[in-house]
Design a protein around this ligand. Sequence first.
Ligand SMILES: *Cc1c(COP(=O)(O)O)cnc(C)c1O
Length: 230
Amino acid sequence: MNPDDDHIASALDAVREQIATAARRCGRQAGDVSLLAVSKTKPAAAIRIAHRHGQRCFGESYVQEALAKQQELAGLDIEWHFIGPIQSNKTRDIAAHFDWVHSVERGKIATRLNAQRPVGMPPLNVLLQINVSGESTKSGVAPADARALAHEIALLPSLRLRGLMTVPAPCDDPVAQREPFRQLRELMADLNADGLVLDTLSMGMTHDLDAAVAEGATIVRVGTAIFGVR
Ligand SMILES: *Cc1c(COP(=O)(O)O)cnc(C)c1O
């Protein structure tokens, strides 16, 4: 193995072990949490290495960059997740080239994704991005507006609303890190009590994945710990 190969393989093992340990610590199974490898800004070669070591789900934030890598990696069985901000003029490419979108925060974007999902493809899995901490600079819909938007999206036939995603403000305190994740979990429970059927909490990144797993994350999105600093 070349050094890159070796590094990504051992980093992946370490992250898997960290997730399994965090899950066991709170009575969950390692298999309850899936690992999304965030490969934005990293070359297709890095994705290929992670794929060779058993990773199947990859997250990208920039549409043009993602499409170029998808072309290079055509033929590999990869589940592609779009996790970046969505501009209206990019919805057609996202609808056609991704399996999941984590960053839906407006009805207009959801409507476009629904209309542009190609006929014959399964419904696009969608998560609503929630701005739990309420900072005006952060992306995501306010928790108070989530219910109306979730019900609107749930009616769109070419989308499948699966759950919620959040990116909290960075925080170093492992106890305080849990608060926004707890709020996201409770918001999903409220929406399910309100008639929706949501099963996915996308939360936790390199620096806060233990806290997210403890609060019920079903997908953690990890870039730096696998591929190194960007
Ligand atoms: C970049 C990114 C990640 C991965 O962050 P790391 O700190 O590198 O693990 C996760 N989620 C989103 C939305 C991102 O943009």
